[in-house]
Design a protein around this ligand. Structure first.
Ligand code: G3D
Ligand code: MG
Length: 177
């Protein structure tokens, strides 16, 4: 059987403290740390997806980039975004401004990735029900405007986290394989 190898860059987008790092940690290690280190620099984790089709095996390496505390520096965001094949756009369901900023992140991704890359919109911190300020309908409305799918997640409980990463992987593969 012949084996192909593919590598794709995926980025986490969204304001500081929406839960980007926690989502990656929950997905790759199935744990949640309440007191998080403030990472400086870009953290990278990898995920291998193996696909077999018609006698050909494809090893897909999804490289997940996490901007780690430098969200506010435009020049860093630009190199962070360049070459990304897909993105998870994250906001915090308990933070209205993180929701308003989604559009800016989206526009920047369009600009620096050079084309419409697959994206999903995630309303994170679903577990903080009593502090929620963005309703499901508002998340869906925004996703609709951006022409992406909407999911609510909790990096704390793990709710919809693997589902979201699997979904974006699927969308990237569909677009590129
Ligand atoms: P960022 O990488 O987007 O900057 P982090 O965000 O992953 O560092 O998360 C920021 C804070 O939100 C952290 O709390 C983290 O524990 C918390 N958090 C992330 N996701 C969730 C979630 O789904 N539910 C709840 N309840 N909290 C979440 P601290 O207190 O360390 O600042
Ligand atoms: Mg982070």
């Amino acid at each position: 059987m012949s084996v192909n190898e593919r590598i794709y860059k995926m980025v986490m987008l969204g304001d500081e403290a929406v839960g980007k790092t926690s989502l990656i940690v929950q997905h790759t290690e199935h744990r949640f740390e309440a007191s998080y280190k403030m990472t400086i620099g870009t953290d990278i984790s990898a995920k291998l997806v193996e696909i077999e089709k018609g006698g050909t095996k494809t090893n897909v390496y999804l490289i997940i980039w996490d901007i780690g505390g430098q969200e506010k520096y435009r020049i860093l965001r630009e190199s962070y975004l360049r070459g990304a094949a897909g993105a998870l756009l994250v906001f915090d369901l308990t933070n209205k401004s993180s929701y308003s900023h989604v559009y800016d992140w989206y526009e920047e991704a369009q600009k620096f990735c050079g084309k419409q890359i697959p994206m999903l919109l995630l309303g994170n911190k679903f577990d903080l029900e009593t502090n929620r300020v963005i309703q499901k309908e508002e998340g869906e409305k925004l996703a609709n405007e951006l022409n992406v799918e909407y999911l609510e997640t909790s990096a704390k409980t793990g709710y919809n986290v693997d589902f979201a990463f699997n979904k974006i992987t699927e969308l990237i593969l569909k677009q590129t394989l």
